[in-house]
Design a protein around this ligand. Structure first.
Ligand code: GDD
Ligand code: MG
Length: 334
């Protein structure tokens, strides 16, 4: 089966990290986020992944020059301008040479890390004769997502993207993985911005053609600073697979530094008396002596000066410096 991975968004909520690196190329533990998505699909029989690119497409090509990732063939297509989620699906389908003979294909939001069982989804898709089937999970804060209501058999009766509060019709949300028949492409206008969540799915609901599978498996949308950190801490804590090591063997950590529940990547330097907790320190970053980093991300090659304190979801952009003694909370540098 072929898959289209939507990776062309601007990653606005992860700025300034995404000013220099597209969201799906940011590291999660010690590998780019993209590789989790691609290897997850590969485990479920996907043998070709089309990357629907826009922003910073060069970073993907540079990382996978031989056109392979996690054992899967990658095909890169670049929209002339951002076409939104459905526009991107149509563009990727056509530009990568897929056609009606491709049969059922998969589409996924590239910023989702999940252990979804695609096989179970495919069984529902086939038995229901669905034109498209979407994966649902239950969350406490459905307003931030696409909210989905189904009948007992799984047919979708309402799809409401980011509903205004205070009451949500359901706690089940669109988890960002879809199975689609090629006929869905015909529902998407060419050459303009079209949202799959705001236009295409509601139209399919009206036709009774959209189905959904509830599967509460491991799932995180890595689009916010908190979720980006949580995805990594989940791997460290063993909440997803065996507990992983957080500190790279190629990082240099002073014996007098304290590192707790954190990721410290290759080439990073952590000085004496500093404390790093619940955070990610990217490759080549420097945490100078006596500095404190709490629940924050220090981008590649960035520096946290002596005695500085960065906390509460602060993001420090690639190669930027936090001055010695500074005190930052929930800040963006720059
Ligand atoms: N190629 C391309 N072109 N990709 C795009 C574009 C575009 O114009 N716009 C967004 N994307 C990609 C993003 O890179 C991301 O991987 C994916 O589409 C979804 O965009 P987000 O910006 O992350 O959307 P969201 O997280 O607010 O909401 C979406 O995901 C939720 C689940 O994580 C929606 O699909 C919601 O319905 C869903 O609940
Ligand atoms: Mg997202």
């Amino acid at each position: 089966m072929q898959a289209i991975l939507l990776v062309g968004g601007l990653g606005t909520r992860l700025r300034p990290l995404t000013l220099t690196t597209p969201k799906q190329m940011l590291p999660v533990l010690h590998r780019p986020m993209l590789e989790y998505a691609v290897s997850g699909l590969a485990r479920h029989g996907v043998d070709r992944v089309v990357l629907a690119l826009g922003y910073h497409d060069d970073a993907f090509r540079a990382a996978y020059p031989d056109g392979r990732c996690a054992g899967v063939e990658l095909c890169c297509v670049v929209e002339p301008e951002p076409l939104d989620t459905a526009g991107a699906i149509r563009f990727a389908f056509e530009a990568s040479g897929m056609d009606a003979s491709a049969g059922t294909f998969l589409v996924a939001n590239g910023d989702v890390i999940t252990d979804l069982d695609v096989g179970e989804m495919l069984r529902l898709h086939r038995s229901a004769g669905a034109e498209a089937t979407i994966h649902l999970i239950a969350v406490d804060d459905p307003f931030r997502y696409g909210v989905v209501v189904t009948d007992p058999g799984g047919r979708v009766s309402a799809f409401v993207e980011k509903p205004p509060g205070p009451r949500s019709p359901s706690s089940w949300i669109n988890a960002g993985t879809y199975l689609m028949e090629p006929s869905v492409i015909g529902r998407i206008d060419a050459g303009r911005r079209v949202s799959v969540e705001r236009e295409v799915f509601p139209a399919m609901v009206a036709d009774g053609a959209l189905w959904a599978l509830r599967q509460n498996t491991y799932w995180v949308d890595v689009g916010t600073p908190q979720a980006y950190l949580r995805a990594q801490l989940d791997l460290l804590d063993g909440r997803r697979g065996p507990a992983a090591a957080g500190v790279s063997a190629e990082a240099s950590v002073d014996a007098e530094a304290v590192i707790e529940r954190s990721v410290v990547m290759a080439g990073a330097v952590v000085g004496a008396g500093s404390v790093v907790r619940g955070s990610a320190v990217h490759s080549g970053a420097v945490i100078e002596a006596g500095a404190t980093v709490l629940d924050s991300v220090v981008g590649s090659g960035a520096t946290v000066g002596r005695g500085a304190r960065v906390a509460d979801g602060t993001l420090i952009g690639e190669r930027f410096t936090v001055a010695a003694g500074a005190d930052l909370s929930d800040a963006r540098v720059p």
